[in-house]
Design a protein around this ligand. Structure first.
Ligand code: NAP
Length: 293
């Protein structure tokens, strides 16, 4: 059996197009141009690439980017000052501080300083609490993208057995909360979990977010399951480097019902969901109804 390969690139392109339609609508009807500030500290090459593609996607969707690139030696006080200024700027509806931050800056303090209404990353403790309590709020982009991908294969996730590998605050935990909200039965696994292969084999929905190249083997996958691979791991292969996921795709594709590739699966959805969160935040701050994306 060969699984359906979930085309994250195409699904993300459709979502971005839908966000662009919503953006045009709020610009035309209300003169509201959603604005996102992206703050990069230092010269991390991967971060620079992410930030550049976020700004490009933002402009394509008709939104206004505010880009800040600060030197690697920036102090925590200086960054907090910028975050506070952006909190007060009414043209800025979303604030994203690209992680990781240099060691002299405490990321937890920076995340907590962002106005929760502008927290398009959904990392602020207030938004994490809202998600855990089933209250409306801004939700982290990567887990949101994972749910949207799973729902392209399964119209309803209700009653499905879901296993989430990984319990980070940015992927595993919020993903588990979103799955609960979809009425799935959720198990969260981590580095201390016993018998991961046996646990994964129970899953109708398997999400891998562990940062371990191709650790999930084909015989961990329940036949017909939906497998969503969040991992982005750079590995060297005969002197060349390439990106692989946390799932052994070549094996999983023979067992699963549907599987995301890496690259081209979850990654493109993360940026598309950032656009969703930005237009949502802008509408929320303007007192407009939530957009239809
Ligand atoms: P993280 O903060 O390092 O968390 C990794 C999680 O995996 C932890 O909960 C850890 O368990 C668990 N884990 C590690 N090794 C394990 C093992 N051998 N067996 C079972 N569990 C194990 O990573 P993250 O930020 O969540 O990211 C996870 C992956 O997703 C990375 O590859 C990252 O690059 C990727 N990612 C992709 C996107 C995207 O847009 N596609 C976005 C974010 C992250 P403990 O808690 O017990 O340590």
């Amino acid at each position: 059996m060969s699984a359906q390969v979930i085309d994250g690139k195409a699904i993300a392109a459709n979502l971005r197009a839908a966000v662009a339609v919503e953006t045009r609508r709020v610009v035309t009807a209300h003169g509201l141009v959603p604005g996102l500030a992206v703050v990069l500290v230092g010269e991390n090459p991967a971060s620079k690439t992410y930030v550049a593609s976020k700004s490009r996607a933002l402009v394509e969707a008709g939104m206004r980017p505010f880009d800040y690139h600060l030197p690697a030696a920036t102090g925590e006080g200086e960054l907090l000052g910028l975050v506070n200024a952006l909190n007060a700027d009414t043209a800025v509806h979303g604030i994203l501080v690209q992680l990781p931050l240099p060691p002299q800056i405490n990321a937890t303090r920076i995340i907590a300083a962002v106005d929760p209404d502008k927290d398009v990353d959904g990392f602020h403790p207030l938004n994490a609490g809202r998600l855990a309590s089933g209250l409306p709020g801004l939700v982290p982009c990567t887990p949101l993208g994972c749910i949207k991908l799973a729902k392209t294969v399964n119209a309803s996730l209700a009653g499905m057995e879901a296993v989430v590998l990984g319990r980070s605050n940015i992927v595993g935990k919020p993903l588990a909360q979103l799955l609960l909200a979809e009425n799935a039965t959720v198990t969260v696994a981590h580095s201390r979990t016993r018998d991961l292969p046996g646990l994964c084999r129970r899953a109708d929905l398997l999400f891998a977010a562990i940062g371990r190249p191709e650790m999930v083997r084909g015989d961990w996958v329940k036949p017909g399951a939906t497998v969503i691979d969040v991992g982005i791991n750079r590995v060297s292969d005969g002197g060349k480097s390439r990106i692989v996921g946390d799932v052994n795709f070549a094996e999983a594709v023979n067992v699963a019902g549907a599987v995301t590739p890496v690259p081209g699966g979850v990654g493109p959805m993360t940026i598309a969901c950032l656009l969703v969160n930005t237009v949502r935040a802008a509408c929320m701050q303007a007192g407009l109804p939530a957009p239809g994306v």
